[in-house]
Design a protein around this ligand. Structure first.
Ligand code: FES
Ligand SMILES: [Fe+2]
Length: 427
């Protein structure tokens, strides 16, 4: 449990807040690359850390992420005309380039000097790994480009989707590192989901619901070991990665692709749940891509043309009580991603952590909170945010079975190593 004051501090991410300042030190996943498919394509609204922004790709192919609202009288540039190297407001024609400079102000003479004084805020963007990333922090602290394994793989080896979650980001992050819930919330899908069934892991997590945690610090976050009983004399270990500031990597199931999430605050009441499915050594088959988009694995089925899941808060996640009763879906909701969304959103838009009763299986959550608070303090005191080095991010999740007397730490540190061109370690 944390007190109300700390809870407020941890869940607010707007400009000038301690967590907001911390998160502005990282490259932030802002858009999927296909959202801006070509030069002069329609602009796209983006909400990040409480800031309403507009993204566009200009005539020269340069990416812009600027204030959504025109400096003249505040009209949304979403209606703007993306033409001749700039976004022109549809109301009176003021035009902005990718750096937010006003490059045309048709109603004033150039001599008035008005145009030169107008500038919208703008943030640098880069394209890497199928994602358009934004940097919203002080220019002098801009970190190296993200080094996650999926960023460096060929596009054929990864599937990235995102879904809008109607809750604060922190309870979503906490869900991502909460290894113990798999044995309950997702148990009905372990034997049926095409990306989980028929694996040693899916069988063991259903069989043994009691979880014991062994958590190691890593330079960029935490290596979270969750132990369950396997066959006599053996433990089944699942290693989740928490990578600063909001990335999680799910322990893999056999040779199926790895999965990771980024839980990115849109504002304090909404977050974007990014899902990255990637295989270190093989392309993702087209039929699997279709299954993922249909809400299998840890992806969600989306309302076409939006990032809102088909099953969402407004329709009670299409809960099916008969399937809950039969055990087909443990909480009656279809698909692992929406199962997570449904329980996390049900806590309330911003979880009141002063009401919790935490137990030993929540240790990773407690430690992640401490880690985030410490990082925010470090930045406030002028220090460097942790986990910015690409090598800190180039790390895998893993799952394995070990004899009960084996050295977990040694095995874990070896299993999570990135091995170029070699498959991940999983059962
Ligand atoms: S409000 Fe944009 S040009 Fe007037
Ligand atoms: Fe989950």
């Amino acid at each position: 449990m944390i007190d109300e004051e700390t809870n407020a501090l941890m869940t607010r991410t707007g400009p000038g807040t301690p967590m907001g300042e911390l998160y502005r030190r990282y490259w932030i996943p802002a858009l999927l690359d296909w959202e801006l498919p070509e030069r002069d394509c329609p602009p796209v609204r983006v909400k990040l850390l409480g800031e309403k922004l507009i993204a566009f790709r200009d005539t020269d192919g340069r990416l812009g992420l600027i204030d959504e609202f025109c400096a003249h009288r505040g009209v949304s540039l979403w209606f703007g005309r993306n033409e001749e190297c700039g976004l022109r407001c549809a109301y009176h024609g003021w035009k902005y380039d990718v750096n937010g400079n006003c490059v045309d102000l048709p109603s004033e003479s150039e001599e008035s000097g008005m145009r030169q004084r107008i500038k919208l805020k703008s943030y640098p963007c880069v394209e890497a790994g199928g994602v358009i990333w934004a940097y919203m922090g002080p220019p002098e602290h801009k970190p190296p480009l993200p080094g996650f394994e999926w960023v460096g793989l060929p596009p054929s080896h990864r599937v990235i989707t995102k879904r809008w979650q109607e809750s604060n980001y922190l309870q979503a992050v906490e869900g991502g590192i909460d290894s113990s819930h798999v044995s309950f919330l997702h148990r009905g899908d372990m034997a049926t989901d095409p990306f989980h069934k028929n694996t040693g892991g899916s069988r063991m997590v259903v069989k043994a619901t009691k979880t014991l945690f062994d958590i190691l610090d890593s330079p960029g976050g935490m290596i979270i070991g969750a132990r369950r009983d396997a066959e006599p004399g053996k433990y089944y270990w699942r290693i989740t990665q928490f990578i600063m500031p909001w990335y999680t990597l799910i322990p893999p199931y056999a040779n199926n692709a790895l999965n990771g999430h980024a839980w990115v605050p849109m504002d304090d009441e909404n977050c974007m749940a990014w899902t990255m499915t990637f295989h270190p050594t093989a392309p993702i088959p087209e039929k699997d891509v279709e299954l993922l988009k249909d809400g299998h694995g840890v992806h969600a089925e989306l309302i076409p043309g939006t990032f809102r899941p088909v099953a969402n808060r407004a329709n009670d996640y299409l809960i099916d009580r008969a399937k809950q009763k039969s055990g087909r879906h443990y909480n009656g909701v279809r698909g692992l991603a929406i199962q997570d969304a449904s329980v996390q959103e049900s806590i309330g838009v911003i979880a009141d952590r002063s009401l919790e009763n935490l137990v030993s299986t929540d240790n990773a959550i407690i430690m992640a909170r401490q880690r985030l608070l410490k990082a925010a303090k470090t930045v406030q005191e002028g220090g460097r945010a942790p986990g910015l080095e690409p090598q800190d991010q180039l790390i895998r999740s893993a799952s394995f079975v070990l004899p009960v007397d084996a050295d977990f730490k040694q095995h874990a540190l070896d299993a999570v190593k990135y091995r170029k061109g070699e498959p991940h370690i999983a059962v």
